[in-house]
Design a binder for this molecule. Structure first.
Ligand code: SAM
Length: 273
């Protein structure tokens, strides 16, 4: 059993062999398949993934755990451990990937999934453990109470589902919330060119910043009377499906660009992925 866990690193280690086997079988790693594991920790999943003969890389931020895994698998030619921050470091050296997997540190799970979306054209599939509430938000549809920014981004980038619901009892220390194993499969083609993606994100964020307000209010900076008949401006963001956001974007794109003093294709500042 792990001696201690660092809360700041979201360390809730899997200790139930049954669940670990179920997760590994959902990942279904194949010999020579290229997989990246985020946050291998004490290596609960890592061990089973390596048994499959997959070519596994892993990124671990905790230097003690990273050193332990490096030593444990020093002779395994199929394993590469990178000690670093999976959020701050580029995934480019690991791409293309057949799968990216991990029991994600819950405090940064949403940012890691956004980063997965950003790299999704080079990754075939993701299998992640996240908080159950977060999974519900990710997969919710327009009109639902929990529909929000991540739900819209998700529809833009991927299809997915909950594979397993997982109780706190299989972790040490036990988290306070239920968890879910989710699968994400990137859309082959995105409905927007790459250069427009971050601009689209900023529009979605702006619309949801004031969730209770109508779009005419929350986007008043870009709204003008000429646009009145081209969109149902009295709606609230939580009732807009992806297609509605895309239409809104096509109407407002030029004014957002000129507002930020951006040239077409340039990215708005301060947008962190
Ligand atoms: N995979 C292990 C398991 O299932 O037992 C550990 C999962 S634990 C929820 C999350 C792991 O991610 C920890 O090992 C933690 O140290 C690591 N971690 C936290 N933040 C990280 C980051 N920014 N980059 C890489 N690893 C991180």
């Amino acid at each position: 059993m792990p001696p201690f866990a660092k809360r700041s690193l979201g360390q809730n280690f899997l200790v139930d062999p049954n669940i670990i086997r179920k997760i590994a079988s959902a990942i279904n790693a194949q010999p020579d398949e290229k997989i990246l594991e985020i946050g291998p920790g004490h290596g609960a999943l890592t061990a089973l993934l390596l048994q499959s003969g997959a070519r596994l890389s892993a990124i671990e931020l905790d230097s003690i755990l990273a050193a332990k895994l490096k030593a444990q698998y020093a002779r395994n030619q199929n394993f590469f451990l990178y000690e670093g921050d999976a959020l701050k470091s580029s995934w480019q050296p690991f791409l293309p990937l057949s799968q990216i997997v991990g029991n994600l540190p819950y405090n940064i799970a949403s940012q890691l999934i956004l980063k997965f979306f950003q790299n999704s054209q080079m990754i075939h599939r993701a299998v992640f453990m996240v908080q159950k509430d977060f999974a519900d938000r990710l997969f919710s549809e327009a009109g639902s109470k929990v529909y929000g920014i991540v739900s819209v981004y998700f529809q833009l980038y991927a299809k997915g589902k909950i594979l397993l619901k997982i109780p706190p009892s299989v972790f040490r220390p036990r988290p306070k919330v239920d968890s879910a194993l989710i699968e994400l499969r990137p859309n082959k083609e995105l409905p927007l060119p790459n250069g427009d993606l971050l601009l689209f994100h900023s529009l979605v964020r702006l619309a949801f910043n004031q969730r209770r307000k109508t779009l005419r209010n929350s986007l008043k900076r870009y709204y003008n009377a000429e646009l009145a008949d081209s969109f149902p401006w009295e709606k609230r963001p939580e009732s807009l499906a992806l297609e509605d956001f895309l239409k809104l974007f096509s109407l407002l794109k030029e004014s957002i660009i000129s507002d930020c003093e951006l040239k077409p294709g340039e990215l708005p500042p301060n947008l962190i992925f």
